[in-house]
Unconditional design. Structure first.
Length: 93
């Protein structure tokens, strides 16, 4: 029912099994396959969360200017705001 939760549970189980067997990391062949998934997890989780909060996409479809504004806000404004906050708080690059 919840594939995101299921995948986290399965990943945790695999990690625990590998650590119990004395292996610190995934085999190189498997690790190379899952590396892109690992890098995309946070973005995918946030998109899934955002879509789950909206019960109906009809309001966005009926007002394309609103949808465009939200998209521009997320794509343009949020990285700039994040960069400004990182510089304000002295987070290293």
């Amino acid at each position: 029912r919840a594939p995101l939760v299921f995948s986290v549970v399965v990943g945790s189980a695999v990690r625990a099994a590998l650590q119990a067997g004395g292996h610190a990391a995934l085999p190189e062949l498997v690790g190379g396959v899952f590396e892109p998934f690992q890098q995309a997890f946070a973005a995918t989780a946030l998109v899934t969360l955002g879509l789950s909060l909206r019960t109906s996409l009809k309001p966005l479809a009926s007002e394309p200017l609103c949808a465009t504004g939200v998209l521009c806000g997320k794509v343009l404004a949020m990285p700039l705001l994040t960069r400004a906050l990182a510089e304000l708080f002295g987070v290293a690059d």
